[in-house]
Design a protein around this ligand. Sequence first.
Ligand SMILES: C[S@@+](CC[C@H](N)C(=O)[O-])C[C@H]1O[C@@H](n2cnc3c(N)ncnc32)[C@H](O)[C@@H]1O
Length: 197
Amino acid sequence: MVAAPRTLRRRHRDPRPLVRRHPPAQQALDDFAPTGDVLELAAGTGWWTERLTNRARHVTAVDANTETLDLNRARDHHGDITFVQADIFTWTPPPAAYDVVFFSYWLSHVPAEHLDAFWHHVATALRPTGRVFLLDSYREARLDQDRQQRILSDGRAFHIVKRYWQPDELSALPGWHLTPTITTHRQVIYAHGAPAR
Ligand SMILES: C[S@@+](CC[C@H](N)C(=O)[O-])C[C@H]1O[C@@H](n2cnc3c(N)ncnc32)[C@H](O)[C@@H]1O
């Protein structure tokens, strides 16, 4: 079993710092109305899964990490959810099966060499009228080589991919019509849209 990163476990127990940053993005997601069959990629411990189940007919929550999925599963979800343990980079979603694909704090971690395949999977997972909603952390400048050091509470240090997507990059994404917004506190970027049809 792969252990959930300690930061995620801590956030699951005490999500207040994250929640404080979220109301505008949460409002935007409510306005977007994620109804029908929703695919949530990199679902994590489920803070957003809960919000999705408020509106969706069914949520398929995908994550690579068993412990993280267990924490998600243990939440007091009201809706209909299927949990899938899978590596997003090798898992192929069923084609044209979803009305909405949602991912939060995920796109910033996708390595450049996986981006085309990732967006292709998102597009093929959507029904002809399907839509996408993403949100992520925002900074006005990208990091050197889109890399960031993360230090775990046990002292181990990792360099991770962390690309701070800019609004013009999202709105110019080939094959997509995305409408990006930066929240007024400028810590979160969210975007919704659909494949160019
Ligand atoms: C930064 S967290 C975001 C979690 C959640 N979306 C949220 O906003 O709270 C990233 C998540 O991606 C998952 N993850 C990392 N690599 C993955 C992969 N290759 N396939 C599927 N999930 C992955 C991790 O287990 C983690 O739950």
